[in-house]
Each structure stands twice: as C-alpha cells, then as structure tokens.
Design a binder for this molecule. Structure first.
Ligand code: CTP
Length: 399
C-alpha cells in the first residue's frame, strides 16, 4: 500500500540535514516514492547528489528552472500525499507562517493540497524564541502538522530542546498521515477531556489548568481509526476533532451523569479530564459580596468517576491519567490498582515539555502488576496513538 504513497521531503539548512539523509533512506526502504526539495542553505551542508542517490529521484532546488518548466511548483505541490520538512529551520517556519514564498520549497508548501508536516530542529534559544513559538502556534492553528524536536546535546555544544525528533517518531507520524488505518472500526471509545468548573456563585468558579489538548488528540485519533467516539468535554477553546460526538459539560457532576449514561455501550474509556475533586458545598445563587475579614469556602467531595467505572467494569478497557509532582510511580500504582484500571498514563508535570497546555508530553504507562513503560518526549498526537494502540491490544485480549 505504501508503494503508492508519494512523499516530498523538504530539506532546509540546519546541521540535522545529515539525519534527513537517514530519513529519506528509511522512507525509500519502507516503500514510499520519495522526492526531495532542498533549499540553498541545505545545500551548504550536503550536496543534492546524496539525496538523489538515496531517493532514486532527481533533487529539485530551483524555483526558476527552464529545463523543468516554470510551473513545476504546482506539479510538485499536487503530486505528493504528504510534504515533510525535516529539518525545518526557524526561517522556513517563519516564512510559511507569514505567507512568504520566495523559493521552490516555500512556494510548493504554499500551493500544497496535501498535509504538510514540519519537524523543527534548531538551537535551543532559537527554538524557545517567542517569535518562533508564535509561528509554530500559528501554523498548528492553520492545520499544519508537527513532530516537535527532542531534548539532548545539540550540535552547538549546549544541551536543551531543539534536536530533530527521533526518526522512529517522524516515520510513525508520516505513516499515520498518509495511510490512516481503520483498526478501531466497530468499537466505541469514550474520552473525557478538559477541566471541570465548579461554581461558587453565578460569577466565580473553581477550576484547574487543563486545556483539553491531550483528550482532544485521543478523540481525534480514535475517530480517525474508525471508532465511534464520544468526547465528553469540560470547557475548552479547542475545535472538536472531525467525526466525534461532542457532549459539553461544566461540572464534575454533569460529567459523571454523561459518562455513566453511556458507559454500558463503550469498549474503551480514556479519562484524560482533570476532574475537580471538590466543589463548593453550596453554590450561591446570588453573587457573593465582599466583607471585612477572610472568607472561608466549604468544599465537598465530588464523585470519583473513574473509580466508579472501575467498580462497574466488565469488558471495558479503562485508561486513567494522573498528573503528579512527586513520587510518580508509587502514586500511579496506587491509582491504577485502587481504581481497577487497565493502565494509567502518568505525567510528571514538573518536567519541561510535559503537562498542561503543552503540545508535547513525557509520560509513563503504569500497569496494575507494577510494570512501567517510559515513553520519550512526544507530540500529544503521537502519544494519543500509542495510548490507543495499547488500549486496543488489551481490548482484543478480552474478546
Ligand atoms: N478522575 C475522575 N473523577 C474524579 C477525579 C479524577 O474520574 N473526581 C479521574 C481523572 O479523569 C484521571 C484520574 O481519575 O483519569 C486521576 O486520578 P486522581 O486520583 O484524581 O488523580 P489526581 O487528581 O491527580 O489525584 P490526587 O489529587 O489525589 O493526586
């Protein structure tokens, strides 16, 4: 199937160009038809001949190439199933985010009708620069795909975030974009996402920092794989993924109702929601007025939705999430066994690149028998797929 898939690899000028050679070679060996476009700066690092040999196709470098005709960028933009920019420099991200098309690669990206995947690689300070981060956020919002860089020793000698992501992660993402598999058809997946909000009065509420990104990524991945997908979401600013049934809730009590109602018909539950453990005892129907001295707010426990699902579990696979700031494995093991889960995605939110609001996560899968699988830093969309792979394998064992 992959033999029919055409990938254009755009190579921009960073030291990670040498890793792009391995990427092109692996894609070719994996059965893809690979075409390469190099920018001028990329050619300062490696000559086009390297990529010509590895891809088996001539490498394009010039926008105005009389030998190939003047509209080659349109042909190059409509031909592939996916365009991958690896490495993607701060410069190319900035150009595309701001509508600049001044060379062959950026012109092809501008005219592309297929998904475009950026794999940034650059110095840590460049990567953290607010302008670069703003451009990445803009591109993500516009629907461009990303495999975020990894952390480690960079070519400039410093350690930090900025090295090209592991090729394995890039190839996994490429495969998911070009040949979405439908291996969850016939299954129903329920995902809870976002925070809950617990009213104090008509104006104020208690909530938490969850943005819903992880849950929306899981729901999108499940729907993409053919599962009937219910997304029960607290308030977020995110656009719901295509193909999911969205049920909006605000409080933990409303989430509880919605989850319990649908639970009997569900095969897999992924509970990413950050449910408030407590709510104000008596939410006031009138706005509270300030007065002299401190104010005490009495809180009462909310139901633990996941623990109740665990108690009622029969065929369902239950996946929980936990955000921890200390004793990650010990606390996670207690939760996975205490709530009768199949596994728990444990997240040390003190680590850079993990936790709320970030597009990436660093987690461990913790199992009831005490086994622990450490996952590398990865994009939440890639992690979403790993979680579903694991849940699906457990579900199949239960058939
Ligand atoms: N959860 C739930 N209902 C609650 C609280 C949590 O369903 N009232 C779920 C969450 O969706 C998540 C998991 O349970 O999947 C988190 O477990 P929990 O023990 O609540 O984790 P923390 O909130 O991190 O626990 P603690 O505050 O005790 O550390």
């Amino acid at each position: 199937m992959l033999a029919e898939k055409k990938i254009t690899v755009g190579i921009t000028g960073g030291i990670a160009v040498f890793k792009a050679a391995q990427l092109v070679s692996s894609l070719k060996a994996g059965g893809f038809e690979v075409n390469v476009i190099m920018t001028r700066s990329a050619q300062e690092f490696v000559k086009p001949i390297t990529f010509q040999v590895l891809s088996g196709n001539s490498v394009r470098t010039e926008l105005f190439d009389p030998m190939r005709g003047v509209v080659q960028h349109i042909e190059l933009a409509t031909h592939p199933d996916l365009i991958v920019i690896a490495p993607a420099t701060a410069n190319v991200l900035g150009k595309v985010a701001n509508g600049i098309a001044d060379d062959l690669l950026t012109t092809v990206i501008m005219a592309a009708s297929c998904p475009v995947l950026f794999c940034p690689a650059m110095n840590v300070n460049m990567y953290n620069n607010a302008v670069v981060q703003r451009n990445i956020a803009t591109l993500r919002e516009l629907g461009y795909e990303f495999v975020e860089p990894g952390t480690g020793r960079l070519a400039c000698g410093v350690a930090g975030r900025g090295r090209l992501a592991d090729l394995e992660l890039i190839i996994e993402k490429i495969k998911s974009l070009v040949s979405p598999c439908r291996d969850m058809e016939g299954l129903t997946v329920m995902v809870t996402a976002g925070p809950t909000v617990e009213p104090i009065d008509p104006v104020r509420y208690i909530t938490n920092r969850s943005t819903g990104k992880m849950g929306y990524a899981v729901a999108g991945a499940a729907a993409g794989r053919g599962a009937k997908t219910l997304l029960i979401s607290g308030p977020t600013v995110l656009k719901p993924p295509d193909g999911v049934e969205l049920i909006n809730v605000e409080t933990a009590a409303q989430m509880y109702e919605a989850v319990m109602k649908r639970y009997p018909d569900v095969d897999i539950v992924v509970k990413t929601a950050a449910v408030a453990d407590y709510r104000p005892k008596d939410a006031s129907s009138q706005k509270l007025k300030k007065h002299e001295g401190p104010l005490s707010l009495a809180l009462v426990r909310n139901p633990d939705i996941l623990a109740e699902l665990g108690g009622k579990k029969n065929k369902q696979v239950l996946v929980g999430f936990a955000a921890e700031t200390s004793d990650l494995e010990k606390n996670s093991l207690q939760k996975v066994t205490g709530k009768n889960l199949d596994f728990l995605v444990a997240n040390d939110i003190t680590q850079a690149g993990a936790g709320f609001g970030s597009d990436t996560n660093i987690v461990k899968f913790v199992y009831p028998d005490g086994a622990v699988k450490q996952m590398p830093l990865m994009d939440k969309t890639v992690l979403a797929r790993r979680i579903l792979d694991e849940a699906l394998a457990l579900r199949r064992k239960r058939e």
